[in-house]
Write a protein that binds this ligand. Structure first.
Ligand code: TXA
Ligand code: MG
Length: 335
């Protein structure tokens, strides 16, 4: 894992009313081929101009991201993204009108000119108009699509603060715009919008129920990101049923150093890592708390499950992936 001391320039911006001079400078850096990290409503993104192959290649290198995992292109509006689309399917248009700006990514057939570096050679491209004043101002200033994966080192939890970005990417980034913590805390819902009904490729803040999505059983081959190894913290992650997290943690604490992320306070002998009140609260805090659990050096972190209502589905998806990845990593021995 690449957590090194950072020398990135971090500039604080007002999350609701960013200083236009700072935005203009960030825009010029992007247009000059540099990487700029910026807040969105979901997580921080690491941006490069989508038509600049050299910059996008630098971006893959900075994250240590496998070249076969395509990027989402961000725009300030649907109009700005239309040049990337071969033909806009009616479903994509209606979803964009309904949910943009917002935490929904639409996968559509790409126009011939879209770089294969961005799409990882697929015929499709993923598009999103984020709902964050800083992201929107920056995208407006750039005036063309910006490819932006989550601004973490590949294999780390997505960053929800500027400090997370700096810890993971350091001097690979020309500038980090610090707009404070992200509101949602988990990545956008990704849907294939080419057919008659949306197919969910990744759960997010826009819930399945609000999308009238097709249920896909089994193979999610269309979603390259799901093939890759998922974040495995250095400690084991145990998911406890609602209301049982404190007791589970206390049991485990008899022969391990245990941390707790739950709706209740930590029992004696257990380190309190995070407290939340509902699924949205766990979504907002989860990635920061997983990083914090590593920092306080617990053997196990127990996280209380939430209902899969709304953003809860996305949180439980990420949590189960982290839990499975740590179990698998431990079975495979040190890495
Ligand atoms: O909330 C978000 O989506 C954040 C913020 C920064 O916008 N971005 C983000 O990007 O999470 P990233 O690169 O970490 O995840 C993008 C996901 C991956 O799972 C990738 O495989 C999928 O989108 N994706 C990108 N292009 C695709 C395509 N053409 N077809 C299917 N999946 C695609
Ligand atoms: Mg990511």
């Amino acid at each position: 894992m690449s957590t090194h001391a950072s020398s990135a320039r971090v500039v604080r911006v007002d999350a609701t009313d960013p200083d236009p001079r700072v935005i203009a400078e960030a825009g010029l850096l992007l247009l000059g081929g540099r990487l700029v990290a910026f807040p969105t409503e979901t997580v921080y993104g690491l941006g490069a101009v989508a038509t600049d192959d050299a910059a996008v290649a630098t971006l893959f290198g900075a994250k240590g991201r496998p070249a076969d995992n395509p990027l989402i292109v961000h725009g300030a509006s649907l109009e700005m993204l239309l040049p990337l689309v071969a033909v806009l399917p009616p479903l994509a248009r209606s979803l964009a009108e309904r949910f943009w700006p917002g935490p929904l990514t639409l996968v559509v057939e790409a126009a011939p000119g879209v770089s294969p570096v961005v799409t990882a050679g697929l015929s499709t491209v993923a598009l999103r108009v984020p709902d964050h004043p800083v992201a929107r101002a920056l995208l407006q200033a750039v005036g063309t699509g910006v490819a932006a994966p989550s601004a973490n080192a590949s294999g780390r939890p997505s960053p929800t603060t500027a400090a997370h970005v700096a810890a993971d990417l350091g001097d690979a980034v020309a500038l980090i715009l610090d707009g404070g913590p992200c509101r949602v805390g988990v990545e956008s819902t990704v849907v294939d919008a080419r057919g008659d009904r949306p197919i969910v490729l990744r759960e997010g803040d826009v819930a399945r129920a609000d999308l009238d999505a097709v249920d896909v059983v089994g193979d999610l081959a269309a979603s390259p990101g799901t093939r890759h190894r998922h974040y495995a913290p250095s400690c084991r992650v145990v998911v406890a049923p609602p209301g049982r997290a404190g007791d589970t943690a206390a049991d485990l604490a008899r022969d391990a150093r245990v941390g707790l992320v739950a709706t209740t306070s930590a029992p004696e002998g257990v380190v309190e890592v995070g407290r939340f009140i509902d699924g949205a609260g766990l979504a907002a805090g989860l990635y920061a708390w997983l990083r914090a659990a590593e920092d306080v050096d617990v053997d196990v972190v127990v996280v209380e499950a939430v209902s899969t209502h709304g953003v809860g589905a996305a949180v439980m998806d990420r949590l189960h992936r982290a839990a499975t990845a740590t179990t698998r990593a431990q079975n495979e021995g040190p890495r």
